[in-house]
Design a protein around this ligand. Sequence first.
Ligand code: NAP
Length: 213
Amino acid sequence: MGRATIELAKAQGFDVASAGRRAGSDFHVDVTDAASVRALFEHVGELDHLLVTASPGTPGPLLEQEPEQARTFLDGKFFGAWLCACYAAPRMPAGGSITFITGVAVVRPPRGAAMVTAAFAAVEGLTRALALELGPLRVNTIRPGYTDSEMWGGLSDAERKDLRRRVAAAMPVGRMGQPEDIAHAALFLMTNPQVTGAVLEVSGGESLVEALS
Ligand SMILES: NC(=O)c1ccc[n+]([C@@H]2O[C@H](COP(=O)([O-])OP(=O)(O)OC[C@H]3O[C@@H](n4cnc5c(N)ncnc54)[C@H](OP(=O)(O)O)[C@@H]3O)[C@@H](O)[C@H]2O)c1
């Protein structure tokens, strides 16, 4: 989703920088490490728009996780977003924007991943709170559904093909989401000056239909 947004933003004339843990990003950052996030934004300097896509951590069933393991997802997703906002906002102009990413799990929790639901809900709450606190800087969230990104890279070819087929069959739009769909929404949120505190679901109608079995 991040890469697709970078490509679309470049095509629209934005000067774009990427950050992540892997080589190949313009800047290194680990959003679970406050010092790393602070150093990133010190390096980057002033910026107009920020999109945070990272979801590090290991969610799992409530009764099968140790507390420290359960905290990793909240730390990565929620505090990662919080840290990025905290260190970026002072370098951003009025009318600039921060966009977070959650997922349909926030309204239709998958079994055995309570911390995903809780962390996504926390990020959506943070969105509304920061829209007030940081305005006229704008703060929004995209809530994707099944999106055919690298996140599914751990599946075999056959499993991924089967996922695409089942998602397309189940969703009102008849297709699985593409990273470009999220990029389109991200550019909308960055460029529409009247949208703040919003959660924009880009899920093909996933929250309207039964969960995939
Ligand atoms: N794909 C879906 O079906 C789907 C559905 C609903 C919600 N979502 C949510 O949408 C968001 C983006 O998903 P995606 O599909 O774009 O996932 P992705 O392809 O796995 O990309 C995630 C990105 O986060 C970065 N990242 C991970 N841990 C990080 C860390 N500790 N510090 C800094 N960067 C880190 C990764 O880069 P590095 O490895 O270089 O760090 C990677 O570029 C996630 O929050 C995911 O939970 C996805």
